[in-house]
Ligand binder design. Sequence first.
Ligand code: ATP
Ligand code: MG
Ligand code: ZN
Length: 341
Amino acid sequence: MELLKEVKYPGFSRDIVSFGIIKNIDIEEGQVKIDIALNSKDPGVSGNIEKDIRSVFQMKLPSTVLALHISDMQSTEPASTAKKGRPGEYLPTVRHKIAVASGKGGVGKSTVAVNLAVALALEQLKVGLLDADIYGPSIPLMLGVKEKPYYDGVKIYPIEKFGVQLMSLGFLVDSDDAVIWRGAMVHRALQQLMNDVAWPDLDVMLFDMPPGTGDAQLTLSQSVELDGSVIVTTPQDVALVDAVKGVQMFRKVNVPILGVVENMSYFLCPHCQTRTDIFSSGGARRECERLGIHLLGEIPLDAEIRVGGDAGVPIVIGHPESPQAKAFRIIASAIKAGLTD
Ligand SMILES: Nc1ncnc2c1ncn2[C@@H]1O[C@H](COP(=O)(O)OP(=O)(O)OP(=O)(O)O)[C@@H](O)[C@H]1O
Ligand SMILES: [Mg+2]
Ligand SMILES: [Zn+2]
């Protein structure tokens, strides 16, 4: 491992160990076997890594026999097919960008964003999740990430969890630091989360938005071309009114609405699986019909969903076979199906 840390990833100032590509090392009787899983299909990358590893070993441990096995861990398309954004646009390596938004706070945007991101990764997509809730970042907690992202002096590297590439201001700022965010600061912070992060090639990035229609929404719609937004609502009428406001805000800036997720839609009894509509049911469905918006799905109110969020293990991972997890997976596959090109 120490020797491998002397090998830089081609084109980067970071070593290959910190890239997390070393999958296994076996040492027996003077022979060292190293398994490497590359993110890149570029033969130049694997060729350079192999050459550099061999020369380090040649210098430091000349008597070892080195068996290198370099494989390709991508099951989806190679990086080169990534759509390139218009020049100057943020996030040029991200093909599809989707905001998870709501008019009102606390309706479960972050919960939905986290579970959808992981569910999309389970659909074999390369997924990023950007916590655009500068005021109250919750992604680190919900995905159980305690470590700080790596910073090489130029770029910050996203953290991978459950197959999702993550970035949040919560990784960078201490949660006890009381920060009063003025508009310009929100703008700047969000731009940094997009621009100063070494985002890899991604099929889709979800943005977990703060509630409402404030600075973060404005910055985002000015900085990137969003494919659309997923609006999260709860069945109470009050929230629906606000959700509609959120919807109209996105319409004004020409961001298509992919659809609505009704969260805490009904109660599913953990003992007998009986479904109870606690709030007047069908509210989101009616409102969606009225506005001509697609209802993507309904997520039950469920203790396991909250427990999973607090424990850092989203329900699509913690209880993959549960009806709650399936509700998220169905929405994810609908979103995936809507991502053309
Ligand atoms: N379907 C659900 N069943 C039970 N609890 C839920 C569900 N969805 C969200 N919660 C819980 O409700 C609380 C608020 O959810 P969350 O943080 O996702 O909302 P939010 O809209 O992102 O809030 P904010 O506006 O503050 O960003 C959390 O404790 C979460 O675990
Ligand atoms: Mg949130
Ligand atoms: Zn019951």
